[in-house]
Design a protein around this ligand. Structure first.
Ligand SMILES: [Zn+2]
Ligand SMILES: [Zn+2]
Length: 294
């Protein structure tokens, strides 16, 4: 086991290789990026030269894991066939760029059943995932993210993702555990007992071997609040002690912990400009002072 890599979501504007530099500037050893604007359908062009520059920069810096977050508009469970087609195309695009950039994988918000439950949309989502994997070049994993439950999101319960992984049955399909989302969804991961219960359920429903990556976010929403509102590390309901419990758990030791926090206010960004040096340092300090639990 290589220990936990502390990483951050960073901007890739101006070329994917810039993401590595931005991550290093805030002392992050892993990162996540968007490869096209998250609120638009139109894919961004990545030239072979820019991708080569990214691969070279990553190699020469010995940089850790890199993940792509798919755009936010995608919903594989939509009842609108055009929406499903566009959603599939967006994931295939992310997987294609990811394969060329040789990243670890793509993280996906699977979609929303709008309160009908996963069963009502299961066939559509499974078919979409099959099509995505068939159309994607080999290489990157596809990690379905745990969700907070806002608007009937798929992945609120671990069993949602377990059902999908079993139905699709591909070694390329994995999961991303978002600490803020799962806490808001009712999993009390901030205490040792609560985390043990949650991970036992995770292992039973999904399998801990299918946990590929972690989104490390504190939560502005209390336990079971079913709202997706990220907070800076230590300033939310999970708190420093909660992250001590999380980072001590053996199940997370070889994972990347990727920050998607608001960040602290600066002159340029009065509400925070996203993951920053302070949040990276907080998470690293926790990792470095807590011994791994047995
Ligand atoms: Zn996340
Ligand atoms: Zn979120």
């Amino acid at each position: 086991m290589g220990g936990i890599q502390v990483g951050a979501h960073v901007s890739s504007s101006g070329g994917l290789f810039n993401a590595i530099n931005r991550a290093i500037a805030i002392e992050a050893g892993a990162c996540q990026v968007f490869v096209s604007a998250p609120q638009t359908w139109r894919p961004t062009k990545h030239t072979e030269a820019a991708l080569a520059q990214f691969r070279a920069r990553r190699a020469e810096t010995g940089f850790g894991q890199v993940w792509i977050h798919n755009i936010y508009l995608a919903n594989l469970a939509s009842e609108d066939p055009l929406m499903v087609e566009k959603s599939i195309a967006s994931v295939v695009n992310a997987m294609t760029v990811g394969a060329a950039a040789e990243v670890n994988g793509v993280v996906l918000h699977t979609g929303s059943h709008k309160g009908l439950g996963l069963e009502a949309v299961l066939d559509r989502v499974v078919d979409s995932l099959h099509r995505i994997l068939k159309a994607s070049p080999a290489g990157p994993m596809l990690a379905l993210e745990t969700m907070a439950g806002q608007g009937g999101t798929i992945g609120t319960k671990f069993s949602d993702l377990g059902t999908l992984l079993r139905a699709v049955d591909s070694p390329r399909l994995a999961t991303c555990l978002d600490t803020c989302h799962s806490f808001a969804a009712g999993y009390d991961i901030r205490t040792r007992e609560g985390l043990e219960i949650a991970l036992t359920e995770y292992d039973r429903e999904i399998g801990l071997d299918r946990l590929a990556v972690v989104h490390a976010n504190d939560s502005k929403t209390p336990l079971g609040g079913f709202r997706d509102r990220h907070e800076n590390i230590g300033d939310g309901y999970i708190g420093v002690e909660g992250f001590e419990v999380l980072m001590a758990h053996p199940a997370f030791q070889d994972k990347a912990f990727l920050l998607e926090v608001p960040g602290y206010p600066t002159e340029k960004h009065p509400k925070g400009g996203g993951p920053d040096l302070e949040n990276v340092r907080r998470l690293k300090a926790i990792r470095d002072r807590v011994p791994v639990a047995r």
